[in-house]
Design a protein around this ligand. Structure first.
Ligand code: SAM
Length: 231
C-alpha cells in the first residue's frame, strides 16, 4: 500500500476484535485512517480545499447561542479549520480536531493569520472520548466517517459532556435508495434525529444537492440538525 497502513488478514479479525474489545464490524468499517490519509494529501497545498468561508450551520449556531460569553465549542473533523477559526474570531473558545495532520497544521496557521487561538489537535473520531464539557458540539461532513458500531457511544458520550442548554449542530450524509452510494458510511434518514428525542430539536433539514467531486457529477442527500440539550 505504501502509506504505512496495512489491512488485517480476514482470519485474524475475531482475534483482533477480542484483543481490542471492539466488534469485527468496527474493524471492517474503520477505513477512516485511509480517509484521513486521503484528506491529508488534499490539504497539502496552500489552497484551501473547502475554501475559507464558514459553513451555513455556523451562522445558525450563532443565532441560537450568540457569543455573549466565550462558550466552549468542539469542532470534530475541522478539516483545514474554516469553521473553527470563524467561531474563534467571533469570541467562542474553540477546541478542534481532525484525523488529517495537514488539516491541523493549516487550522493553526489560519488561526494565527486571524490572531486567534484554537486548541487544535490530531485525533480519530472513532476513538475520541471527551474529557471536558462543551456548550456546543459542532461537526460538518465528518460523522459519515464513524463506523456504525461507535455512533451511539460517541453521541451519547458527547450528550453527557454537553452543558445543560448547550447545543449539538451536526451535518452528515443520508442514504437514499435512488442516489448512488457514497464511499463514506451514510446514515439512515431520521437516524441522527433519534439520538435527540429527549432534547429540543431547533433545526432539522434534509435536502439533495448536486456534487461534482472527482469530476463526476452526482447527488448527495444531506441532513443538518441542531438540538438543544435539556437535562
Ligand atoms: C468533508 S471533510 C469536512 C471538513 C470540515 N468539517 C469542513 O466542513 O470544512 C471531512 C473531514 O473529516 C475528517 N475525518 C475523516 N475521518 C476522520 C476520523 N476518523 N476522525 C477525525 N476526522 C476524520 C477528514 O480528515 C476531513 O477533514
Amino acid at each position: 500500500m505504501g502509506n504505512g497502513y496495512t489491512c488485517p488478514d480476514i482470519e485474524l479479525l475475531p482475534k483482533l476484535s477480542e484483543i481490542f474489545n471492539v466488534s469485527i464490524d468496527y474493524i471492517l468499517d474503520n477505513n477512516s485512517i485511509e480517509k484521513g490519509n486521503e484528506y491529508n494529501k488534499k490539504y497539502q497545498d496552500d489552497n484551501f480545499y473547502w475554501g475559507v468561508e464558514p459553513n451555513h450551520l455556523c451562522y445558525e449556531v450563532m443565532k441560537i447561542l450568540p457569543p455573549i460569553k466565550p462558550y466552549k465549542i468542539l469542532d470534530m473533523g475541522c478539516g483545514e479549520g474554516k469553521d473553527a477559526v470563524f467561531f474563534a474570531k467571533n469570541g467562542y473558545d474553540v477546541t478542534a480536531f481532525d484525523l488529517a495532520e495537514s488539516g491541523i497544521v493549516k487550522t493553526k496557521k489560519l488561526a494565527d493569520a486571524n490572531n486567534v487561538h484554537i486548541n487544535a489537535f490530531v485525533a480519530n473520531i472513532n476513538e475520541f472520548v471527551p474529557i471536558e464539557n462543551y456548550d456546543i458540539v459542532f461537526s460538518s461532513g465528518v460523522l459519515d466517517h464513524i463506523s456504525e458500531s461507535v455512533r451511539s457511544d460517541l453521541l451519547n458520550n458527547l450528550i453527557n459532556h454537553t452543558n445543560n442548554g448547550g447545543i449539538h449542530a451536526i451535518q452528515l450524509f443520508v442514504e437514499k435508495p435512488f442516489l448512488e452510494k457514497a464511499p463514506a458510511q451514510k446514515w439512515k434518514s431520521g437516524e441522527l434525529f433519534s439520538f435527540y428525542t429527549d432534547h429540543e430539536i431547533l433545526y432539522c433539514n434534509e435536502y439533495i444537492f448536486n456534487c461534482n467531486s472527482g469530476g463526476n457529477p452526482h447527488k448527495h442527500c444531506s441532513n443538518k440538525i441542531i438540538a438543544k440539550l435539556i437535562k
